[in-house]
Write a protein that binds this ligand. Sequence first.
Ligand code: F6P
Length: 550
Amino acid sequence: MNAEGRTRLNRTPEWSALGKHRDQLGEVSLRELFDADPARGTGYTLQVGDLHLDYSKHLVTDETLALLRELAAATGVAELRDAMFRGEKINTTEDRAVLHTALRAPRDAVIEVDGENVVPAVHAVLDKMGSFAGRIRSGEWTGHTGRPIKNIVNVGIGGSDLGPAMAYEALRSFTDRELTVRFVSNVDGADLHEAVRDLDPAETLFIIASKTFTTIETITNATSARDWLLTGLRADQSAVAKHFVALSTNAGKVADFGIDTANMFEFWDWVGGRYSFDSAIGLSLMIAIGPDRFREMLDGFHLVDEHFRTAPPEENAPLLLGLLGVWYGAFFDAQAHAVLPYSHYLSKFTAYLQQLDMESNGKSVDRDGVPVEWQTGPVVWGTPGTNGQHAYYQLIHQGTKVIPADFIGFARPAADLLPGLVAQHDLLMANFFAQTQALAFGKTPEEVRAEGVPEELVAHKTFRGNHPTTTILAGDLTPSVLGQLIALYEHKVFVQGAVWNIDSFDQWGVELGKVLAKKIEPVLTGEDKGEELDGSTAALVAAYRSLRGR
Ligand code: F6P
């Protein structure tokens, strides 16, 4: 039992029923499942907005899905979802509401936190962002020397970087190609160096993105960016107002840094960092694609929010995807989950999902602080097709691990693709379909032999198949479709955290390293002797100091 009187997950009858069912399925094969139900390819699909979702190539039957839905019901997924949408403080370890869904709610919605409707403030910030983005795009906003802004540099890390950086790539064909937009996150000075070395400070705007405005990487890079700007312009502090804006919840720290709070775009503590991309944190993207396209993206998010909130369990896509992940983690010992977009524009999508999923569900104690006895979040990884096919797909096809994978593809290439390149899209998508086909159905030894392969090579050329995949197909990669995709994954992660009974919205695991780095830095510079360091770290620090000639 936990504090709410709930039976622990792995002692519930629903969990046991799934375990028994898994035993009965035994070595079930996708070939058999499709032979038994040839209509599976159309039956095991869902349409959510523009997303066609095919889950037919999963190792599940109708019974599996029913049992998984029973587990969701028993673990209170719907109740927690409704509490989240209502603005209740479901992030219990930080005593915070979890309301990224309010960031894309329509203007007339009413969503209360501590008795206050937060929707008007959300739209006030969006309007302020829209007017600022418009002034930058039109050239009305000028820098210290009177020149219009041509370069945007977003300085932030984690949730204050990955979302806008990913979406800027994803929506390149919708961006103003006259603007240069770059993202700096790493405290390694090389990151900022490469981002600014060819830019003219007179035409450069820095967007300092930090929810807390205390994150050491961001504040260090922002300070260096300010030095670079003022040196380059041969200007004093007064130039900062025209070249620096802040995205934050912390007005005090923004002012301390020297940014006029009139140039601050606010968000709130009920927006988690990794869920903040469609808050003010999206300003760089909004400047790049324009306010109207940004709002289309928010509408895409909202469409999936509403689907998640209202669709019945049998048709609820985030619920389904979340439960499939629970199924493989618990009953197939799957440790990893691959996300494989067949769109070069989604080259940063999986990196974005890594934070979303792994920072949310990389937990090993439940909401009461009791160690879990079941798998929680998987290792999320992947890169765009077809590159992965010539690298690590070998392991997915013939290795020893179970790696469920999501394949994401689009029927049409970007509208502004050079006409001579459009024909390549069918080849890209032929690979997309071929991979899920090969992963599901493999190639039997008999089929290999029938090709005249010598007996000693048959085992090497056999593909066992049965690798589960989800296919997500849409017409075009538009701002709305990107919003739909992100919301789908946000809610999938939510479902899994709810079933596993973990707090998906805190991230205590990032703290220890931050504290230790603060203690080690003065040892590296020689300000501190480092007498408290453990033997291993002390030896490494000594080696470092010797290599630096200290
Ligand atoms: O890595 C921890 C973390 O707190 C993330 O959750 C967050 O997205 C990132 O750091 C950046 O935080 P901030 O926006 O406060 O600078």
